[in-house]
Design a protein around this ligand. Structure first.
Ligand code: NAD
Length: 260
Protein backbone atom coordinates (compact mmCIF):
# COMPACT_ATOMS: atom_id res chain seq x y z
CA UNK A 1 0.00 0.00 0.00
CA UNK A 2 2.95 2.33 0.58
CA UNK A 3 4.54 4.12 -2.36
CA UNK A 4 8.18 5.12 -2.49
CA UNK A 5 8.72 8.89 -2.47
CA UNK A 6 11.89 10.89 -2.10
CA UNK A 7 12.26 12.10 1.48
CA UNK A 8 12.89 9.84 4.49
CA UNK A 9 9.39 10.06 5.99
CA UNK A 10 7.83 9.58 2.63
CA UNK A 11 9.84 6.41 2.00
CA UNK A 12 7.01 3.99 2.27
CA UNK A 13 8.99 0.86 3.00
CA UNK A 14 9.14 1.31 6.78
CA UNK A 15 6.71 -0.51 9.08
CA UNK A 16 3.58 1.54 9.71
CA UNK A 17 4.38 1.94 13.41
CA UNK A 18 7.49 3.99 12.53
CA UNK A 19 5.37 6.48 10.61
CA UNK A 20 2.91 6.64 13.46
CA UNK A 21 5.70 7.25 15.98
CA UNK A 22 7.03 10.04 13.78
CA UNK A 23 3.55 11.62 13.62
CA UNK A 24 3.22 11.26 17.41
CA UNK A 25 6.57 13.00 17.90
CA UNK A 26 5.45 15.94 15.72
CA UNK A 27 2.14 16.24 17.58
CA UNK A 28 3.88 16.15 20.98
CA UNK A 29 6.20 18.98 19.91
CA UNK A 30 3.56 21.17 18.25
CA UNK A 31 1.97 24.01 20.21
CA UNK A 32 -1.29 24.07 18.27
CA UNK A 33 -2.34 21.35 15.83
CA UNK A 34 -5.40 20.99 13.64
CA UNK A 35 -6.86 18.12 11.67
CA UNK A 36 -8.06 18.87 8.14
CA UNK A 37 -10.36 16.13 6.88
CA UNK A 38 -12.05 15.16 3.64
CA UNK A 39 -14.42 12.58 2.27
CA UNK A 40 -11.74 9.84 2.63
CA UNK A 41 -12.15 9.67 6.41
CA UNK A 42 -15.80 8.68 5.91
CA UNK A 43 -15.41 5.98 3.23
CA UNK A 44 -14.94 3.46 6.05
CA UNK A 45 -18.38 4.52 7.29
CA UNK A 46 -19.65 3.49 3.82
CA UNK A 47 -20.06 7.03 2.52
CA UNK A 48 -18.46 7.24 -0.92
CA UNK A 49 -15.90 9.99 -1.57
CA UNK A 50 -15.75 11.98 -4.82
CA UNK A 51 -12.34 11.21 -6.28
CA UNK A 52 -11.14 7.97 -4.65
CA UNK A 53 -11.15 4.60 -6.45
CA UNK A 54 -14.92 4.11 -5.79
CA UNK A 55 -15.70 7.84 -5.87
CA UNK A 56 -19.05 9.39 -6.86
CA UNK A 57 -17.49 11.25 -9.80
CA UNK A 58 -16.79 7.88 -11.44
CA UNK A 59 -20.60 7.48 -11.79
CA UNK A 60 -22.00 11.03 -11.75
CA UNK A 61 -21.16 14.35 -13.37
CA UNK A 62 -19.61 16.77 -10.82
CA UNK A 63 -22.00 19.43 -12.19
CA UNK A 64 -24.74 17.72 -10.14
CA UNK A 65 -23.32 19.40 -7.03
CA UNK A 66 -23.25 22.85 -8.64
CA UNK A 67 -25.30 26.01 -8.24
CA UNK A 68 -26.00 26.00 -12.00
CA UNK A 69 -27.53 22.53 -11.90
CA UNK A 70 -29.70 23.46 -8.89
CA UNK A 71 -31.09 26.40 -10.91
CA UNK A 72 -31.47 24.48 -14.20
CA UNK A 73 -32.99 21.25 -12.89
CA UNK A 74 -33.98 21.47 -9.20
CA UNK A 75 -35.74 18.09 -9.28
CA UNK A 76 -32.69 16.28 -10.73
CA UNK A 77 -30.52 18.16 -8.23
CA UNK A 78 -32.75 17.05 -5.32
CA UNK A 79 -32.76 13.42 -6.57
CA UNK A 80 -28.94 13.50 -6.43
CA UNK A 81 -28.93 14.99 -2.91
CA UNK A 82 -31.63 12.54 -1.71
CA UNK A 83 -29.30 9.73 -2.80
CA UNK A 84 -26.40 11.34 -0.91
CA UNK A 85 -28.56 12.00 2.15
CA UNK A 86 -29.63 8.35 2.26
CA UNK A 87 -25.97 7.24 2.18
CA UNK A 88 -25.15 9.61 5.05
CA UNK A 89 -28.24 9.53 7.30
CA UNK A 90 -27.62 6.15 8.92
CA UNK A 91 -23.82 6.21 8.79
CA UNK A 92 -21.90 5.83 12.03
CA UNK A 93 -18.51 7.33 12.91
CA UNK A 94 -15.65 4.90 12.32
CA UNK A 95 -12.37 4.40 14.22
CA UNK A 96 -10.81 7.35 12.34
CA UNK A 97 -13.46 9.85 13.52
CA UNK A 98 -13.35 8.40 17.03
CA UNK A 99 -9.55 8.65 17.15
CA UNK A 100 -9.63 12.33 16.14
CA UNK A 101 -12.15 13.04 18.92
CA UNK A 102 -9.84 11.22 21.33
CA UNK A 103 -6.82 13.27 20.14
CA UNK A 104 -8.79 16.47 20.83
CA UNK A 105 -9.74 15.21 24.30
CA UNK A 106 -6.09 14.42 25.05
CA UNK A 107 -5.07 17.92 23.91
CA UNK A 108 -3.10 16.88 20.79
CA UNK A 109 -5.35 18.67 18.33
CA UNK A 110 -7.36 21.85 18.85
CA UNK A 111 -9.90 21.73 16.03
CA UNK A 112 -11.11 19.63 13.15
CA UNK A 113 -11.63 21.60 9.97
CA UNK A 114 -13.65 19.36 7.70
CA UNK A 115 -14.87 19.50 4.12
CA UNK A 116 -17.39 16.79 4.95
CA UNK A 117 -21.11 17.39 5.15
CA UNK A 118 -21.90 14.17 7.04
CA UNK A 119 -21.62 15.42 10.70
CA UNK A 120 -19.66 12.27 11.69
CA UNK A 121 -16.95 14.22 13.55
CA UNK A 122 -19.55 15.71 15.88
CA UNK A 123 -21.23 12.31 16.25
CA UNK A 124 -17.84 10.84 17.21
CA UNK A 125 -17.47 13.40 20.01
CA UNK A 126 -15.20 16.09 18.47
CA UNK A 127 -16.14 19.43 20.07
CA UNK A 128 -14.37 22.02 17.94
CA UNK A 129 -15.52 21.22 14.40
CA UNK A 130 -15.60 23.69 11.51
CA UNK A 131 -17.86 22.33 8.75
CA UNK A 132 -16.43 24.34 5.86
CA UNK A 133 -18.97 23.01 3.36
CA UNK A 134 -21.98 22.98 5.71
CA UNK A 135 -23.95 19.83 6.48
CA UNK A 136 -26.63 17.84 4.76
CA UNK A 137 -28.87 17.32 7.79
CA UNK A 138 -30.43 20.77 7.39
CA UNK A 139 -31.81 22.54 4.32
CA UNK A 140 -32.77 26.17 3.83
CA UNK A 141 -34.91 28.25 1.53
CA UNK A 142 -32.86 29.69 -1.31
CA UNK A 143 -34.85 32.95 -1.06
CA UNK A 144 -35.58 33.66 2.62
CA UNK A 145 -33.17 31.17 4.33
CA UNK A 146 -35.94 29.58 6.46
CA UNK A 147 -34.71 26.18 7.62
CA UNK A 148 -36.23 22.71 7.43
CA UNK A 149 -34.79 19.29 8.11
CA UNK A 150 -33.51 17.71 4.88
CA UNK A 151 -35.42 14.51 5.63
CA UNK A 152 -38.71 16.49 5.48
CA UNK A 153 -37.65 17.98 2.15
CA UNK A 154 -36.91 14.52 0.75
CA UNK A 155 -40.29 13.22 1.95
CA UNK A 156 -41.93 16.14 0.12
CA UNK A 157 -39.85 15.40 -3.02
CA UNK A 158 -40.98 11.77 -2.95
CA UNK A 159 -44.66 12.44 -2.24
CA UNK A 160 -45.16 15.37 -4.64
CA UNK A 161 -42.61 14.35 -7.29
CA UNK A 162 -41.39 17.95 -7.40
CA UNK A 163 -38.58 19.80 -5.61
CA UNK A 164 -39.39 20.85 -2.02
CA UNK A 165 -40.44 24.44 -1.36
CA UNK A 166 -40.37 26.81 1.60
CA UNK A 167 -43.40 26.79 3.95
CA UNK A 168 -43.04 30.55 4.52
CA UNK A 169 -42.37 32.10 1.10
CA UNK A 170 -42.71 29.29 -1.45
CA UNK A 171 -39.06 29.59 -2.59
CA UNK A 172 -37.04 26.52 -3.54
CA UNK A 173 -35.38 24.63 -0.68
CA UNK A 174 -31.75 23.53 -0.98
CA UNK A 175 -29.49 21.53 1.33
CA UNK A 176 -27.36 23.74 3.64
CA UNK A 177 -24.18 22.68 1.89
CA UNK A 178 -21.77 24.75 -0.17
CA UNK A 179 -22.30 23.97 -3.86
CA UNK A 180 -19.68 24.35 -6.57
CA UNK A 181 -19.73 28.01 -7.71
CA UNK A 182 -20.73 29.24 -4.23
CA UNK A 183 -18.45 31.01 -1.73
CA UNK A 184 -17.16 29.21 1.38
CA UNK A 185 -18.38 31.54 4.11
CA UNK A 186 -16.46 29.81 6.93
CA UNK A 187 -13.14 30.18 5.11
CA UNK A 188 -12.26 33.24 7.16
CA UNK A 189 -12.79 31.33 10.42
CA UNK A 190 -10.69 28.42 9.09
CA UNK A 191 -7.89 30.74 8.00
CA UNK A 192 -7.88 32.42 11.37
CA UNK A 193 -7.33 29.01 13.00
CA UNK A 194 -4.75 27.97 10.36
CA UNK A 195 -2.54 31.01 10.92
CA UNK A 196 -2.45 30.22 14.65
CA UNK A 197 -1.47 26.55 14.07
CA UNK A 198 1.97 24.99 13.72
CA UNK A 199 0.85 21.52 12.60
CA UNK A 200 -1.81 20.26 10.18
CA UNK A 201 -2.83 16.61 10.05
CA UNK A 202 -4.59 16.02 6.73
CA UNK A 203 -6.81 12.94 6.65
CA UNK A 204 -8.61 11.56 3.58
CA UNK A 205 -8.56 14.51 1.23
CA UNK A 206 -7.39 14.78 -2.38
CA UNK A 207 -6.50 18.42 -1.55
CA UNK A 208 -7.90 19.53 -4.89
CA UNK A 209 -11.00 21.46 -3.77
CA UNK A 210 -10.34 25.17 -3.24
CA UNK A 211 -10.44 27.36 -1.27
CA UNK A 212 -10.63 24.60 1.42
CA UNK A 213 -7.25 23.13 0.43
CA UNK A 214 -5.59 26.43 1.34
CA UNK A 215 -5.83 25.46 5.04
CA UNK A 216 -2.90 22.96 5.03
CA UNK A 217 -0.99 25.18 2.58
CA UNK A 218 -1.19 28.10 5.01
CA UNK A 219 0.03 26.03 7.98
CA UNK A 220 2.95 24.66 5.95
CA UNK A 221 3.68 28.03 4.33
CA UNK A 222 4.32 29.66 7.69
CA UNK A 223 6.77 26.96 8.77
CA UNK A 224 4.38 24.48 10.43
CA UNK A 225 4.43 20.70 10.06
CA UNK A 226 2.32 18.95 7.44
CA UNK A 227 1.25 15.32 7.83
CA UNK A 228 -0.85 13.65 5.11
CA UNK A 229 -2.73 10.38 5.61
CA UNK A 230 -4.39 9.57 2.30
CA UNK A 231 -4.80 6.51 0.08
CA UNK A 232 -3.89 8.35 -3.14
CA UNK A 233 -1.18 10.93 -3.89
CA UNK A 234 -2.08 14.59 -3.35
CA UNK A 235 -0.60 17.75 -4.87
CA UNK A 236 0.85 18.68 -1.44
CA UNK A 237 2.71 15.40 -0.80
CA UNK A 238 6.00 16.90 -1.93
CA UNK A 239 5.80 19.56 0.80
CA UNK A 240 4.71 17.22 3.60
CA UNK A 241 6.85 16.13 6.55
CA UNK A 242 5.17 12.73 6.65
CA UNK A 243 2.99 11.03 4.03
CA UNK A 244 1.23 7.77 4.86
CA UNK A 245 -0.77 5.93 2.21
CA UNK A 246 -2.91 3.74 4.38
CA UNK A 247 -6.50 3.64 5.60
CA UNK A 248 -7.24 6.54 7.94
CA UNK A 249 -8.85 4.38 10.64
CA UNK A 250 -5.79 2.10 10.90
CA UNK A 251 -3.27 4.95 11.18
CA UNK A 252 -5.32 7.11 13.56
CA UNK A 253 -6.24 4.26 15.89
CA UNK A 254 -2.56 3.34 16.16
CA UNK A 255 -1.69 7.00 16.73
CA UNK A 256 -4.02 7.18 19.72
CA UNK A 257 -2.42 4.01 21.14
CA UNK A 258 1.09 5.47 20.72
CA UNK A 259 0.04 8.76 22.35
CA UNK A 260 -1.68 7.07 25.31
P1 NAD B 1 -12.09 13.62 -2.52
O1 NAD B 1 -13.13 12.62 -2.91
O2 NAD B 1 -11.63 14.58 -3.53
O3 NAD B 1 -10.79 12.82 -1.97
C1 NAD B 1 -10.89 11.81 -1.03
C2 NAD B 1 -9.52 11.21 -0.83
O4 NAD B 1 -9.59 10.30 0.26
C3 NAD B 1 -9.01 10.44 -2.03
O5 NAD B 1 -7.74 10.95 -2.42
C4 NAD B 1 -8.88 8.99 -1.54
O6 NAD B 1 -7.70 8.36 -1.99
C5 NAD B 1 -8.81 9.16 -0.05
N1 NAD B 1 -9.39 8.05 0.73
C6 NAD B 1 -10.49 7.31 0.47
N2 NAD B 1 -10.71 6.42 1.45
C7 NAD B 1 -9.71 6.60 2.35
C8 NAD B 1 -9.38 5.99 3.60
N3 NAD B 1 -10.13 4.99 4.11
N4 NAD B 1 -8.29 6.42 4.27
C9 NAD B 1 -7.49 7.41 3.76
N5 NAD B 1 -7.76 8.01 2.57
C10 NAD B 1 -8.86 7.63 1.90
O7 NAD B 1 -12.66 14.35 -1.22
P2 NAD B 1 -12.28 15.76 -0.57
O8 NAD B 1 -10.84 16.03 -0.71
O9 NAD B 1 -12.97 15.79 0.73
O10 NAD B 1 -12.99 16.89 -1.45
C11 NAD B 1 -14.17 16.75 -2.15
C12 NAD B 1 -15.46 17.32 -1.62
O11 NAD B 1 -16.16 16.19 -1.26
C13 NAD B 1 -15.56 18.16 -0.41
O12 NAD B 1 -16.03 19.40 -0.82
C14 NAD B 1 -16.67 17.50 0.45
O13 NAD B 1 -17.65 18.46 0.80
C15 NAD B 1 -17.28 16.52 -0.45
N6 NAD B 1 -17.73 15.20 0.01
C16 NAD B 1 -18.06 14.95 1.30
C17 NAD B 1 -18.48 13.69 1.69
C18 NAD B 1 -18.86 13.45 3.13
O14 NAD B 1 -19.38 14.35 3.79
N7 NAD B 1 -18.59 12.27 3.66
C19 NAD B 1 -18.54 12.66 0.76
C20 NAD B 1 -18.20 12.94 -0.59
C21 NAD B 1 -17.80 14.22 -0.95
Amino acid sequence: MFTRLEEPWRLCRRPLVEYVEKIAEILRRAKSSIAFTGAGISTESNIPDFRGSQGLWKKFDPRMASRCYFEEDPKGFWNFYAMRYNAIANAKPNDGHIALAELEKKGYINSVITQNIDTLHTKAGSKSVIELHGNIIWSRCDLCSAERRTIECIEELESSDSPPTCKSCGGLMRPSVVLFEEPVKLMEVAMDIAVRSDCCLVVGSSLTVYPAAMVPEVVKGQGGALIIINMDPTPLDYRADVVVREKASIVLKKLVEVLS
